[in-house]
Ligand binder design. Structure first.
Ligand SMILES: NC(=O)C1=CN([C@@H]2O[C@H](COP(=O)(O)OP(=O)(O)OC[C@H]3O[C@@H](n4cnc5c(N)ncnc54)[C@H](OP(=O)(O)O)[C@@H]3O)[C@@H](O)[C@H]2O)C=CC1
Ligand SMILES: [Mg+2]
Length: 341
């Protein structure tokens, strides 16, 4: 018993110190241009063509993010007529579990099909890539795109109009004229699954694919807490007052631009569930039963051409799905406790 406890502690402390040293290494790469240039010599590179990540089919016909080593990337660049120093345009993303630095590089000014051929892969729109990639790779693909997009849209100082200059890692941009430093930003968004105890409230915007309903969401206003934003959004969009907020988790969401999703559960008084929809924001909002939700969770997204559309919920990579899943699990448990089938 004692031995297994010691072993467990050893494993934990090893992985902990491994994690800590990786994070310290990344901090150094962010702050020290010279160290980052050195790291580029032994990096792993994710390529994006006009913000679409490069994917590669593995032997088992599964798609993965294509990750190229520095020497391979330099060779490919030379073959497509680009100077190998172009690797220095990359941005630092993180590092692998083995401590190898990872970078993202936009190659949109190089011929797409020549690159696809040389890299034995294909550039895929990020929304499609989310459906194709194994779970843990989607957030990395999104992070790489978000960082590239931020640099592409923050080339000038908003105070002076002068060009901003990146550091080597891409963790910031500086305007040398005003001295202002700009850091990559995400917009905070609250997302909430409202329950009345036995049903949950889902809504759809007119732009959603047919049949898809999701949890309520909205951008935080300047100066608001998560709790304030969440209560306001629910009041604005469906005219209800929520209570008992409970934090569930968070997610970086790249569509259409970088949002930082903060996901919560909340309840309403079961006697005050009449929704009053803000039609400017939402096409519909409805209460769904446990049976409807558990059926939707078990089936893949509906065929968008089906008429009338079938109800479905966001796919598993969206934090809305996590909220809905958690609510269904909690309902299932409480039904079991009360002997309901
Ligand atoms: N991962 C997930 O599970 C989910 C993610 N989301 C994401 O959450 C985000 C917010 O959802 P949504 O319900 O549409 O938000 P809101 O309810 O706040 O409605 C969008 C409104 O906010 C405006 N807006 C756009 N960008 C910003 C910003 N950065 N700050 C403040 N206001 C802004 C828009 O104006 P206009 O368009 O007129 O410029 C629009 O009127 C979206 O990016 C969406 O993709 C939503 C649900 C699930
Ligand atoms: Mg909204």
């Amino acid at each position: 018993m004692l031995q297994s406890f010691k072993l467990c502690n050893l494993v934990l402390s090893r992985s902990f110190s491994g994690y800590v040293s990786r994070m310290r290494y990344l901090t150094r790469l962010k702050e020290d241009d010279e160290a980052c240039r050195e790291a580029l010599k032994s990096g792993n590179f994710l390529l994006y063509h006009k913000l679409s990540p490069l994917l590669r089919k593995t032997s088992s016909s599964i798609y993965k993010l294509a990750s190229l080593k520095t020497s391979d990337l330099e060779q490919i660049l030379e073959k497509v007529g680009k100077d190998k120093l172009f690797v220095n345009e990359s941005f630092l993303l993180g590092c692998t579990d083995m401590g190898e630095p990872q970078f993202s590089l936009e190659v949109g000014d190089i011929d797409r099909s020549a690159l696809e051929q040389e890299c034995r892969g294909m550039f895929v729109d990020l929304r499609k890539a989310f459906f194709m990639l194994p779970g843990p790779e989607s957030p990395l693909a999104a992070k790489g795109q978000a960082l590239l997009r931020w640099h592409q849209t923050n080339c000038f100082c908003s105070a002076t109009g002068q060009p901003t200059v990146r550091n080597q890692s891409g963790s910031l941009r500086v305007c040398h004229s005003s001295g202002i430093t700009y850091y990559p930003k995400m917009a905070p968004v609250v997302i909430v699954l409202v329950s009345d105890g036995s049903r949950c409230l889902l809504a759809r915007q007119a732009m959603f694919p047919p049949g898809m309903y999701s949890a309520l969401s909205g951008f935080c206003d300047m100066g608001e807490s998560v709790e304030e934003a969440l209560r306001r959004e629910v009041a604005e969009e469906v005219g209800l007052e929520v209570e008992n907020l409970q934090y569930s988790g968070s997610q970086h969401w790249p569509f259409p631009q970088s949002s930082f999703m903060l996901a919560c559960h909340a309840t309403v008084n079961p006697d005050k569930t009449q929704v009053n929809i803000d039609k400017a924001e939402l096409e519909d909002a409805r209460w769904f039963t446990y049976e409807e939700i558990s059926e939707a969770l078990q089936k893949p997204p509906s065929d968008p051409r089906r008429d009338p559309p079938v109800f479905w919920v966001p796919p598993s990579y969206a934090i809305a799905n996590q909220l809905i899943q958690e609510w269904a699990n909690q309902q299932q448990l409480s039904r079991k406790l009360h002997g309901i089938k």
